[in-house]
Design a protein around this ligand. Sequence first.
Ligand SMILES: Nc1ncnc2c1ncn2[C@@H]1O[C@H](COP(=O)(O)OP(=O)(O)OP(=O)(O)O)[C@@H](O)[C@H]1O
Length: 526
Amino acid sequence: QKVVHHNCSDISGSFTRNSTYNANLNRLLSTFSSNISANDYGFYNISYGQGPDAANGIALCRGDVNSDVCLRCIKNATTELRNRCSNEKEAIIWYDYCMLRYTNRSIMGVMQLGPYFVMNNTNNVMVTDGDAFNQALSALLDILISNASSGNASGKFATGTLQKIKALVQCTPDLTAIQCGSCLYHCVFSRVRKSNVKLETNHEPNEPVEDHEISSAECIQYDFSIIRDATNDFSDANKLGQGGFGAVYKGKLSSGELIAVKRIATESGQGDVEFINEVQLMAQLQHRNLVRLLGFCLEGNERLLVYEFVPNASLDQFLFDPVKCANLDWEKRYKIIAGIARGLLYLHEDSRLRIIHRNLKASNVLLDAEMNPKISDFGMARLCPLDQTQSATSRIAGTYTGYMAPEYAMQGHFSAKSDVFSYGVLVLELLSGRENNAFDNGENVEDLLSYAWRNWKDGTAMDFVDDRLKDGSKDEQMRCIHIGLLCVQEDVAQRPNMASVVVMLTSHSITLPLPSPSAIFMNNNT
Ligand SMILES: Nc1ncnc2c1ncn2[C@@H]1O[C@H](COP(=O)(O)OP(=O)(O)OP(=O)(O)O)[C@@H](O)[C@H]1O
């Protein structure tokens, strides 16, 4: 059994030979080494001492090794870790078959995302169809993460194979299902972040790529005349809509490819070089639930962003239209809820950039031909930063729609958790078929979030659900109301992160925490 990796950390300081901590640690390691017996989980936790001198340790064996191998591995780990980390209070070691960790901090039931390490497959893997590979990988990991998180007596462990891809995931069984699942999703992204994972694919540069792949896609600089011709000289007939950053036009390139062009209206405080750099970074963000940025165009004062054209317009145009919303049955809405969650998770956790959307709302979710959701308008704050002379509030006020978390709307504090809030509002809109902004329940004016909360609390949650969704799965609908309410909680810390939301949506057996009251709705008049 060979050591795979180890880490000695002085984050909690170091200790001396004569210290109480050293005495506690020695006792801990000798117990791990010779005084534990086989158990079903292959998981052991031992603590000696109190307060800052406490030595807390856990050991975990891989779910598929027998108890002899497990105990031998832990024994080796105790000796090896002592040799490698001489006086740091925290240390961890990984073998193929087990891991051992000690610290003077709390350890049981605490999810910790570091330290971690990534190992690459050093062989060149030729994948002929990158999309199919990534789709299979995502599907496999979803199932395994769901199975491991909801793990029972056999521990939080799952393995599986899909189309020749083999995977194994495991958490320590002291974690809750949500902690385990969200930790595993973090791992999936960290893999991508730290390593130089690059799949050898033969797909065209303009084909969408999915999670787990870093693409070196080209970001195209278009000639102004090409875009002008493609959009019929930015004619009104080609205009798709007007947003806070400018008008959007439909265009058709001479190749027949359809594009959407955003003509940025405001003067930006940013120079051309910075703009090009930012566009290039944004163009690298590729995920099936994000609208693809193909390139840009610079000409005099003109700055244009060129996107893939998404044929079914934005979600608001379906959901809040009395006729068109009939097309959105529960199956489609659930797919949209899950897809937006994945797109947002990717933005928050992407390999190089961590993007906070800041303006997630139904009009920024576009629907493709199969009604898959694609988030648009991400990264706009980086692409069009305001200069000193422009008031930050003018743009915010111009697009304020009731999706904004209270701490963002009132104090300007935005974070991944303010996006989570907006996501929660979207989920509740998808369930009820009603717009948060223009909400009136008929009797008295009550905002959508309070209405959802009141029904949930009174046990009448199904009254909140759109009548047109009666054929859909009640379980899924109840779970989505619950998730929506968790996301719109007033307390930022209590809102789940997007990794947890994805786990909650994929693992139906996981028990969700109880939500506290949603934030007080602020309408445009206040
Ligand atoms: N890539 C695209 N494909 C198809 N239609 C698009 C695309 N991008 C935008 N649109 C259309 O253009 C409209 C305006 O988009 P835009 O994102 O600029 O404005 P908004 O969402 O209304 O406001 P905001 O600037 O606050 O996001 C959208 O509602 C959508 O219908």
